[in-house]
Design a binder for this molecule. Structure first.
Ligand SMILES: COc1cccc(-c2nc(Nc3cc(C)[nH]n3)cc3ccccc23)c1
Length: 239
């Protein structure tokens, strides 16, 4: 199917992502609603991120799972690359978590299970996401989680040393040390950090970037409050 912009009616902008904007669009012929991520080629080149975008398309287009934001296709013109993605009406988990403060243990557990299932799917295809964080997780129509944004994913195992931008909060020690060959376990570590954040409302090593790095490597996490159940504590300490 030859895709091009004219086939879509732009309903409204949803927000601004890393390399461009995301719009809610409708396919004119079928009425199908989806999200259109518009990436600016000049900006991608300036950020030397061509390989990330190529990898995002290559990895994401081969994944089909209810816990992973569906990738429908892509097309480009001289200036821009367009990614056609599933529309998740619930928005970013990041915003919901900041708005409500923290989740109940039931909701934290439900979210943790859904992220774990999405990671299982990724790992079964020998892919590590490497950049799982609340900003990259969206809520679907019925509050189900959708993992998105595969720009930093790679095939396991890898000692690829990319310049990881953004927060260090979710990175495991092995990704912060130098010549480590890391495996899918990096995503498991992140699941523990995420669950901690679901329960507490902030990341376990939240600090200045320099201190966060030191604390992650030392494993010096802010203890879970006593209000958190033993089972929840055991789970976070186990991943
Ligand atoms: C930085 O905040 C951003 C950036 C881009 C999109 C949103 C956003 N996205 C979606 N859904 C999406 C996005 C994609 C790729 N599929 N489904 C829903 C929202 C709802 C309220 C506010 C914001 C939303 C936020």
């Amino acid at each position: 199917v030859c895709l091009h912009l004219g086939m879509f009616e732009i309903d409204k902008p949803l927000g601004k992502g890393k390399f461009g904007r995301v719009y809610l669009v409708k396919h004119r012929v079928s009425g199908f609603v989806c999200a259109l991520k518009v990436l600016n080629k000049a900006e991608i080149i300036r950020e030397n991120a061509e390989k990330h975008v190529r990898r995002e398309i290559e990895v994401h287009s081969n994944l089909r799972h209810p816990g992973i934001l569906a990738f429908y296709g892509w097309f480009h013109d001289t200036r821009r690359i367009f990614l056609l993605l599933e529309y998740a009406p619930g928005g970013e988990l990041f915003r919901v978590l900041r708005r409500v403060g923290r989740f109940s243990e039931r909701r934290a557990a439900t979210c943790a299970v859904q992220v774990a299932q999405a990671l299982n799917c990724l790992h079964s295809k020998n892919v590590m996401h490497r950049d799982i964080k609340p900003e990259n997780i969206l809520f679907g129509l019925h509050g189900e989680l959708k993992v998105a944004d595969f720009g930093y994913s790679v095939h396991a195992p890898s000692n690829r040393r990319d310049t990881l931008c953004g927060t260090l909060d979710y990175l495991p020690p092995e990704m912060l040390s130098t010549k480590a060959k890391y495996t899918k376990a990096v995503d498991q570590w992140t699941l523990g950090v995420l669950t901690y954040e679901f329960l507490v409302g902030e990341a376990p090593f939240e600090d200045t970037p320099f201190m966060t790095r030191k604390r992650i490597i030392k494993g010096d996490m802010t203890p879970l409050p006593d209000s958190v159940s033993t089972e929840a504590k055991d789970f976070v300490h186990s991943v």
